[in-house]
Design a binder for this molecule. Structure first.
Ligand code: NDP
Length: 449
């Protein structure tokens, strides 16, 4: 808990106001604990209500999403957009389609997004949205009708200078395409910069699909290099998830000389001691939208185990949790530590529970927190917006080089802030403080709004 009476009061207020929002409370508590190191040096924050404003979204929109399935039956889902903070740029953050989506999860994600976007050094504010719709098992036509209905309402609230959504869990190129088509039809104009993660033929950026996973590896590589004079070369890696982030994290870690031996989906995990054949994973998950279980049927020497948490009992040097929030708990952290893990890089948002983070830090494991380590996706989304504004496209190599430099800069900003807070190497504190200072300065400059 924080020492600052001001921060304690703000935290008590958010818990009292929305008592059921546990993921949101978890994310806020971690950030406020980091700000405890600096808040006394900035009396202007309390005088201007900066922290109270920072934890409260500027606007929350919820709406009905009716759609018709292939049998003519009508379903009604709930849609959301949390427009959290626009002090440094238009709201920016993904859309998540998953049955678990609720306001607590979207507020935690939107809140984290403010700091992440600030860390990229690009002019983007924070937001997040989505729906409790489950694309799994739906036909393309059903997904299209859902996306069109979702965008029919969302289109009133977004725009290239207002709010620029992108993908997240359950929202990939297919869904972005359907939503962009509907937005264009409603607005009757070509506003490419309203969504990112678009296909290459209609304003998407090269390297955007790869960006979060590649960026995670660039960050982790810089952390290994600067803090342990080491690298991915020759290391054994375990990656959870088998979606966008996990697949490209595997691709980059492998190209940097590591061997990835395990991945999972929400049903179970595969272990391939010879190194995962990523072409098989891509075929199963990206082409066929199938289950990861099929990998063990296709690749001799590999095994499949039902359930996900066992993935962290597989010995590895580097763990990259890339599936979802709170997927790696204290017990899993202890198993990783007992097996000699040296570094953890968070590809998913808040995948490690607070006791897992504590265990890693106490054991001296290098720990790259999500809001810094997975910022490559949103950074490249901002590069997509720049290309849309210029009506110009950079090559894959140009975007990748910018992404690499951004991730190296984020590491150093977070590391330097951790040193200034007298906690050298604590990148949780460093990322929270570095991200916050920029947003707070912008909020102060703009007055009480
Ligand atoms: P995808 O939907 O592409 O993939 C998610 C993967 O995680 C799937 O393989 C899914 O399995 C698996 N998964 C979901 N829930 C669980 C669970 N409870 N246990 C184990 N596995 C699970 O999403 P993304 O790869 O885009 O996103 C993954 C994470 O990264 C999320 O936390 C997201 O917020 C974060 N992120 C994504 C960014 C991006 O650019 N896409 C940017 C920054 C962060 P199944 O196939 O069974 O559903």
């Amino acid at each position: 808990m924080m020492k600052s009476e001001y921060l304690q009061r703000v935290y008590s207020q958010i818990v009292a106001r929305d008592p059921g929002e546990k993921e949101f409370h978890q994310a806020v508590l971690e950030v406020l604990e980091s700000l405890d190191m600096i808040v006394d040096k900035h009396p202007e924050y309390e005088a201007n209500g900066i922290i109270e404003s920072f934890v409260e979204p500027e606007r929350v929109i919820t709406f009905r999403v009716p759609w018709t399935d292939d049998n003519g039956r009508v379903h009604v889902n709930r849609g959301y957009r949390v427009q959290y903070n626009s002090a440094i740029g238009p709201y920016k953050g993904g859309l998540r389609f998953h049955p678990s989506v609720n306001l607590s999860i979207l507020k935690f994600l939107g809140f984290e997004q403010i700091l992440k976007n600030s860390l990229t050094s690009l002019p983007i504010g924070g937001g997040k949205g989505g729906s409790d719709f489950d694309p799994k098992g739906k036909s393309d036509a059903e997904v299209m009708r859902f996306c069109q209905s979702f965008m029919t309402e969302l289109s009133r609230h977004i725009g290239q200078f207002l709010d620029v959504p992108a993908g997240d869990i359950g929202v990939g190129a297919r869904e972005i395409g359907y939503m962009f088509g509907q937005y264009r039809r409603i607005k009757n104009q070509y506003e490419a910069g309203v969504l990112t993660g678009k296909g290459l033929t209609y304003g998407g950026s090269l390297a955007r699909p790869q960006a979060t996973g590649y960026g995670l590896c660039y960050f982790t590589q810089e952390m290994l290099n600067c803090m342990k004079n080491d690298s991915f070369a020759g290391k054994t890696v375990v990656i959870s998830g088998a979606g966008n982030v996990a697949i490209y994290a595997n691709e980059k870690a492998t190209s940097l000389g590591a061997k990835v031996v395990a991945m999972c989906d929400s049903n179970g995990y595969i272990h391939d001691p010879n190194g995962i054949n990523l072409d098989v994973i891509k075929d199963i998950k990206l082409v066929k939208r199938g289950r990861i279980k099929e990998y063990a049927e296709r690749v001799p020497g590999s095994t499949y185990t039902e359930g996900c948490s066992g993935i962290w009992t597989i010995p590895c040097d580097i763990a990259l949790p890339c599936a979802t929030q709170n997927e790696l708990n204290g017990e899993s952290a202890k198993a990783l530590i007992a097996n000699g893990v040296m570094a953890v890089g968070e590809g998913a948002n808040m995948p490690s529970t607070p006791d897992a983070v504590k265990a890693f830090q106490e054991a001296g494991v290098l720990f790259a927190p999500a809001k810094a380590a997975n910022a490559g996706g949103v950074a490249t989304s901002a590069l997509e917006m720049s290309q849309n504004s210029m009506r110009y496209s950079w090559t894959f190599e140009e975007v990748d080089a910018k992404l690499h430099q951004i991730m190296v800069n984020i590491f150093h900003n977070a590391y330097d802030a951790s040193v200034e807070c007298e906690q050298p190497g604590n990148l949780v504190v460093g990322a929270n403080v570095a991200g916050f200072l920029k947003v707070a300065t912008a909020m102060l400059a703009q007055g009480v709004i």
